[in-house]
Design a protein. Structure first.
Length: 107
């Protein structure tokens, strides 16, 4: 009887679930260092991310140095060539001038 009472109390006090995940050790070390720099534990960071995920029902991740795929790189090269050849739109200081230019272009 004592064991069941103790277990019941522990379950009420420790109202937490444990998540186990496999992660690259270097990623974990880097995440811990960043969390420490911010004055947080890695556990607090993961909890905050999960709460945000539940609230928003969205997963948002940022990638520091995203490399465009080959198609996007080719489009960017062509846009640069067009700009250098004077085929691009001018740079506008305000929306009114921008809209006027677009109207002249038939857009």
């Amino acid at each position: 009887m004592t064991n069941s009472i103790t277990l019941s109390i522990l379950c009420n006090i420790m109202n937490h679930a444990v998540i186990t995940t496999k992660i690259d050790p270097q990623d974990k070390r880097e995440a811990q260092l960043i969390a420490e720099e911010l004055g947080l534990s890695l556990s607090a960071v993961v909890k905050a991310m999960l709460k945000q995920f539940v609230r928003s029902k969205r997963l948002e991740v940022g990638i520091r140095s995203e490399i465009p795929n080959e198609y996007l790189q080719s489009v960017m090269r062509q846009a640069r060539k067009n700009r250098e050849a004077g085929k691009g739109s001018p740079i506008f200081d305000n929306i009114e001038d921008n809209l006027k230019w677009l109207e002249k272009q038939g857009i």
